[in-house]
Design a protein. Sequence first.
Lengths: 66, 253
Amino acid sequence: MTIVLNGADAPGAASVADLLERHLGVREPHGVAVAVGGEVVPRSGWPYRSLPEGSVVEIVTAVQGG
Amino acid sequence: MSVTIAGRELGSALFLGTGGLPSLALLDPVLVAARPGLVTVSVRRTSAAQEGGLLDVLRRTGVPLLPNTAGCTSAREAVLTARLAREALETTWVKLEVIGDEASLMPDALELVDAAETLVRDGFVVLPYTTDDPVLARRLEDVGCAAVMPLGSPIGSGLGVLNPHAIEAVVAAVSVPVVLDAGVGTASDAALAMELGCSAVLAATAITRADDPVTMARALRLGVEAGAAARAGGRIPRRTTARASSPTTGRIG
């Protein structure tokens, strides 16, 4: 199963929290937000939100800017 | 010199953009020198090579964060970015940028108003980056923006306030605070913006890309203070002829 993570193909994951753990090493990283299919998934939903085949996932954080 | 936006008193009328600092180590001393009322950050995709620590430094100082939607070119993109920022940074405040042209980095007025309206309805405190057009500023106020942020000149140009009369017209057109955003190159630009009636000034490049960002941060803070004081003091009318400041009577001879 594959998903699109931050614009690139990536292996799927059972949940948003699982994906965060693989991507950032933590299941509930601070200062991070997640959108699936163009909708924000609130932090409280990370352990429960599944990621069907082809899900488009954005994981973002704050960087210097503006 | 404080400023109140959306009922919240911010400790300083100088807002700091963090983009362009050559090293994160400079952020702390720049914050100390600038003592900004708000600090902007951008929201970007995470990467393995992420430089950590930005939020740690900012949270330690306690300065309120103002995430921006820099780089967004449509209302849809800007709204999603704002919502992600709210989730990541736990703030409903957003500096709304919807860029219409990659070369000039001018805002796209139609998309901007559209995004502002959506975000205000969604509970955001919206501070839109806009042109120095009083009509557009009023439109943004009408849809519920908490302030308007006209550009003095193009982003990163350091050209200062190119059209002071337009900035004055924006100040006259709206009742929300006006924050000069973009174009500031040095302290006198910030002072001029405040003299024209702006309630605050946002500076990023002017500080972060200066030879000595810490010293320039202090200069900008003093510039904003000087300009605000000058505005409050009330400048004399401009005259085209001289007017003696010493008594014209009692001269010898």
